[in-house]
Design a binder for this molecule. Structure first.
Ligand SMILES: Nc1ncnc2c1ncn2[C@@H]1O[C@H](COP(=O)(O)OP(=O)(O)OP(=O)(O)O)[C@@H](O)[C@H]1O
Ligand SMILES: [Mg+2]
Length: 259
């Protein structure tokens, strides 16, 4: 059974996972090797329900690889990932979604041939919703995220800003406890970007989800996040408040200075 609130979010009654419970998602000393290339080296990162964590670093720093490890798309070469104390290092992407960890992909990957509504339905079906439940939930999310007038359009016909929103609505259809966003504002114009910031803020304020946002736009990160984790060359450079990150000489050298 799905209960859909007027904000468009839904809770599945009788679910094995209590949604209000404060959960923790953790990467513990994670390393990832691609042949001779060490893409991640001994990275530890943790967040809880309600956190909004920024993940930044120059191109190739390992940000996407870390999200991949936290969602089952990449097995760690060393180290572990945990969700609420359970070890998930060998879970498949589908298992991660069912456990409550959803993501969006760099470059706003959506199912272009499916309609906007169908894209969101897929997110609900992925965690076991019936077609009827998924449809109901898709309608609520599509409406809530301002996609109502595009509901029957193929996703590939949407402009970039709306496609990003659709990617997020689809991820939310799985009722995640954690939402990992890979460069959701890349390529957006100023007004689309401001809209996206508002949307992410709203999701975080609702308090059901912990959010990780990977983003190159420093204004977006600085505005949204209370805590920022900085990667460089696969290693953690630092983690701190926006203020600490802004003033850190190593970060300036590695990242801010380069942009
Ligand atoms: N499947 C793969 N096979 C081989 N090398 C990979 C693979 N995925 C990533 N890499 C390499 O691992 C390093 C980290 O890549 P990753 O995509 O995680 O960086 P990123 O921080 O997300 O960069 P960007 O800001 O450009 O998205 C890069 O050197 C990249 O070329
Ligand atoms: Mg990336």
């Amino acid at each position: 059974m799905l209960a859909i609130s007027d904000t468009g979010s839904a809770t599945r009654t009788g679910d094995a996972v209590p949604r209000q419970h404060v959960a923790e998602l953790r990467a513990e000393s994670v390393s990832v090797d691609f042949g001779g290339l060490r893409a991640l080296n001994d990275v530890t990162l943790a967040l809880s329900t309600g956190d909004l964590l920024g993940l930044i670093g120059p191109n190739g720093a390992g940000k996407t690889t870390l999200l991949n490890v936290l969602t089952g798309f990449q097995r760690p070469t060393a180290g572990q990932v945990h969700l609420d104390g359970e070890t998930g290092s060998r879970w498949t992407p589908q298992q991660w979604v069912r456990k409550g960890v959803a993501r969006t992909f760099q470059g706003a990957r959506v199912f272009g041939r499916l309609t906007v509504r169908e894209n969101v339905e897929v997110g609900a079906v992925a965690v076991g919703a019936s077609r009827a439940e998924a449809g109901e939930q898709a309608d609520a999310l599509v409406r809530h995220y301002g996609l109502g007038e595009y509901a029957q359009r193929r996703a590939e016909t949407l402009p970039a800003g709306l496609r990003r929103r659709l990617g997020i609505a689809r991820a939310l259809a799985s009722q995640p406890r954690f939402l990992l966003l890979d460069e959701p504002a890349a390529g957006l114009n100023d007004s689309e970007r401001a809209e996206l910031v508002g949307l992410v803020q709203e999701i975080s304020d609702e308090g059901r989800c912990g959010v990780v946002i990977v983003e190159h736009s420093m204004p977006v990160i600085m505005r949204l996040c209370r805590r920022i984790h900085v990667l460089d060359g696969g290693q953690t450079l630092m983690e701190g408040t926006p203020e600490e990150v802004r003033n850190d000489p190593d970060v300036r050298a590695a990242y801010l200075g380069a942009t």
